[in-house]
Each structure stands twice: as C-alpha cells, then as structure tokens.
Design a protein. Structure first.
Length: 94
C-alpha cells in the first residue's frame, strides 16, 4: 500500500533536494538513572546486599538438606549435568 504523502526523491523534478527524513534519537540515560534511583528507594535504607546473599545461601542449604538416598542421587546427577551448582563438598547438606 502506498503512503498517503510520499516523500519525493531529490532526483524528481520540483524536489527541493533536502531530505524530509530527520534523525530520531532517544537518550534513555536519564530514564535509566531515574529507574535505578526508584529501585534503590524501594529497597529502602536498611537493604544489605551481603545479608540478602547470605540468606539465599542459607535457604539453598536448607532446601537441599535431609535428602534421602534417592534424592541425593538425583541431586548429584543434576550437579554433574550442570543443572545445579556444586555446593560445599559437592554433597547436599545432611
């Protein structure tokens, strides 16, 4: 379908030679800075990334603790396949 207002080629008779196209540029830097500031504000002043990381590690230790023999074999297979990361000595916590 042809455009309603085609842009004339500079080679056409009567064309001004100037392109009707303009550069369109969006600088997202200010938006990214604003987004990051809003994330930090939402996390609050008491957010401690080290504490969060340690909490996640403790949760994983608890998740893989107390496995029976079949679960331990499955866990070991998943670690060997690279699906789960090796933890500690490569065994789920007892």
């Amino acid at each position: 379908m042809a455009p309603h207002h085609p842009i004339p080629s500079p080679d056409e008779p009567g064309a001004s030679g100037a392109s009707a196209l303009v550069d369109f540029e969006v600088d997202l830097t200010s938006q990214e800075v604003l987004r990051r500031a809003q994330v930090m504000e939402a996390l609050g002043p008491d957010w401690d990334p080290l504490e969060v990381l340690l909490g996640e590690e403790a949760a994983y230790d608890l998740l893989y603790s107390g496995l029976d023999a079949q679960q331990q074999r499955l866990y070991d297979d998943l670690v060997a396949a690279g699906v789960l990361p090796a933890r500690g000595d490569g065994r789920a916590a007892a």
